[in-house]
Design a protein around this ligand. Structure first.
Ligand code: NAP
Ligand code: GCO
Length: 256
């Protein structure tokens, strides 16, 4: 039920971090996995890392905000692999700037990667899934799909929108046996959150106290939930956002 043998999976932003763990999980479950990024050096290092782990995961340059680049990339994948069964819209950025100081361009840059790009990529992949009789699309949302906090307004707006894009595409494509779901990680230890954990940042301890699991999540914590949503086991799960957050969203927080 959880096997991905014979499936082709594309993870956007898989050179490191959460995307790397997800691509690893899908490959370990039997899928033929490809990933993309925008920095050649990171892609090369990622491919080496996969190889060190005995995984043959291919990496390519493709900027998910550029529709023409994405369409050409999908054409190449179809030519090379014949199909795309699983898409994980993982690539994302964040800018931590107070709203009054954030420029409109900075706001748009975050929304472009975190909300517009998952639409561009899903729209490019869906016709191939429809032709193949179905597929799985997994959007990497966030705790910020539900909660706000200071300095991350663009990110939270984009991730809130990504939750609703997930539900909307699930509504449109369920009839083609395409399941579109989200995974909303809590606070995960990756390069993206490194500034929140380093140099004695009090946010580090705050998040541990705010999380029932009393720890930061790791990218590996997302492997099982992703294999579940990529496999037959979730064929009747559609439009769902699965929070993988150690319980933070359910918890008022430890009394100081
Ligand atoms: P990360 O360490 O910053 O990695 C981001 C990845 O996205 C990199 O591989 C980067 O590639 C790629 N990327 C960025 N812009 C791109 C573009 N325009 N086109 C293609 N690839 C692009 O982030 P992360 O912490 O692993 O997070 C991954 C996803 O999970 C993001 O969507 C993030 O919002 C979400 N998330 C993270 C957390 C957390 O606590 N870490 C929690 C909830 C949700 P390059 O290296 O080539 O730039
Ligand atoms: C932040 C963090 C969060 C995490 C994640 C939480 O600055 O608050 O970066 O946004 O990245 O999205 O789920």
């Amino acid at each position: 039920m959880f096997s991905l043998d014979g499936k082709v999976a594309w993870v956007t932003g898989g050179s490191y971090g959460i995307g790397f763990a997800i691509a690893t999980a899908l490959s370990e479950a039997g899928a033929n996995v490809v990933f993309n990024g925008i920095h050649e050096e990171n892609i090369k290092r990622g491919i080496e890392e996969y190889k060190k782990n005995g995984l043959n995961v291919k990496g390519y340059i493709c900027d998910v905000t550029k529709e023409e680049e994405v369409n050409a990339f999908v054409d190449m994948l179809i030519k090379e692999f014949g199909r795309i069964d699983i898409l994980v819209n993982n690539a994302g950025i964040i800018k931590r700037i107070p709203a009054v100081d954030m420029t409109v361009d900075e706001y748009k840059e975050v929304v472009d990667v975190d909300l517009v790009a998952p639409f561009i990529v899903s729209k490019a992949v869906a016709p191939h899934m429809i032709r193949n009789g179905g597929g799985k699309i997994i959007n990497i949302c966030s705790l910020m799909s539900e909660l706000g906090r200071e300095t991350v307004c663009a990110y939270a707006a984009a991730k809130g929108g990504l939750k609703m894009l997930t539900r909307s595409l699930a509504s449109e494509w369920g009839q083609y046996n395409i399941q579109v779901n989200g995974i909303a990680p809590g606070y995960i230890a990756t390069p993206q959150t490194a500034p929140l954990r380093q140099d004695g940042n009090p946010f580090n301890e705050y998040i541990k106290a705010r999380t029932p699991a009393n720890r930061w999540g790791t990218p590996e914590d997302l492997k099982g939930p992703c294999v579940f949503l990529a496999s037959k086991a979730s064929d009747f799960v559609n439009g769902h956002v699965l929070f993988v957050d150690g319980g933070i969203l359910a918890y008022i927080g430890k009394q100081p």
